[in-house]
Design a protein around this ligand. Structure first.
Ligand code: SAM
Length: 286
């Protein structure tokens, strides 16, 4: 049986490959993107959903492959995205739902999936200016937490998320899902703790570390006077002394009740909306 056929002609996007077999080598390569090693080697990742793919293209991300379900064929927005993919030299695949399910490891997959080139910023490119807030995460482990933090950073108007040390991959399927598209809007940087500490000294930003032992109430810090980096600790062990001790302030979010601590993503959200309270308005203006 033929794995795929190439179709073209009036009303059709040229260069569409139709694939129904799970054994197709192109599908095998895309499926492999669920592994970090394969994502790193190829420098690509998967994003699910038509809206996400459109947003990513609008923001100038490079699409390598567009995959859509047969049932989505002919839908104007899908055709437009397919045409843009081909125009940028990408590949368009029309696949069975079985193939989409297997690629995304979901029973009810989205109709559209894009494979994009990863984008990282380097620390050297991060020069915080007035009114900017950044989030720095020490060894964040949980993909859902990281995705939620990237989404929240986007919503609060933060400029970047810095990943310090060995962090979970922002381009994993689970993290990208949890970002709800914000992975395309918020620059992500990875750095060792040493490089972060060196950058911190020359950045001109105040670093506000969050710690369960912090003596300062997070609501008493002046977040207006300088750009601010909110430094958040690992889910299990919190911030090490090497990072917390080098911060300008070490703050705590007061708690009641029996919970030892807040979830990392929740604590980051509380901090972000406090640090940017003076900049956020209901009509979206700053
Ligand atoms: N067992 C860890 C510890 O002892 O630090 C708990 C870590 S907590 C789940 C993850 C991170 O969320 C912390 O390192 C801190 O950055 C932040 N966090 C959670 N609750 C906080 C609070 N009440 N005040 C300040 N930061 C908090």
């Amino acid at each position: 049986m033929t794995d795929y056929v190439q179709r073209s002609g009036p009303g059709r996007v040229g260069q569409v490959k139709e694939i129904t077999s799970l054994a197709n080598p192109i599908i095998k390569d895309i499926k492999a993107l669920t592994n970090k090693k394969d994502r790193e080697e190829s420098g690509t990742f998967m994003a699910e959903g038509l809206k996400l793919v459109i947003d990513a293209l609008e923001l100038g991300w490079t699409i390598r492959t567009l995959i859509y379900a047969k049932a989505a064929k002919g839908k104007p927005l899908v055709e437009q995205v397919a045409a843009r993919t081909v125009a940028h030299g990408g590949l368009v695949l029309e696949v069975s739902e079985k193939v989409l399910s297997s690629v995304t490891r979901r029973d009810n997959p989205q109709m559209v999936v894009g494979v994009f080139e990863q984008r990282w910023k380097s620390l050297a490119e991060i020069v915080p200016g007035a009114g900017e807030t950044l989030v720095a995460l020490d060894r964040v482990r949980d993909p859902g937490n990281l995705g939620t933090i990237i989404r929240t950073a986007d919503a609060a108007g933060a400029s970047a998320v810095l990943l310090i040390g060995d962090c979970t991959d922002p381009f994993s399927l689970e993290t990208v899902r949890a970002t709800m598209g914000s992975v395309f809007a918020v620059p992500v940087v990875r750095a060792s703790a040493e490089d972060f500490l060196a950058w911190q000294k020359r950045s001109g930003a105040q670093v506000v570390a969050t710690h369960l032992a912090g003596a300062v109430d997070y609501r008493t810090v002046d977040y207006r006077k300088k750009p601010t980096v909110l430094l958040m600790g690992n889910e299990q062990s919190g911030l090490p002394e090497s990072l917390a001790g080098a911060a300008d302030r070490t703050v705590r979010i007061p708690q009641q009740g029996r919970a030892d601590s807040l979830n990392l993503a929740i604590a980051t959200a509380v901090m972000l909306f406090e640090a940017r309270r003076h900049l956020l308005a209901l009509d979206g203006t700053e």
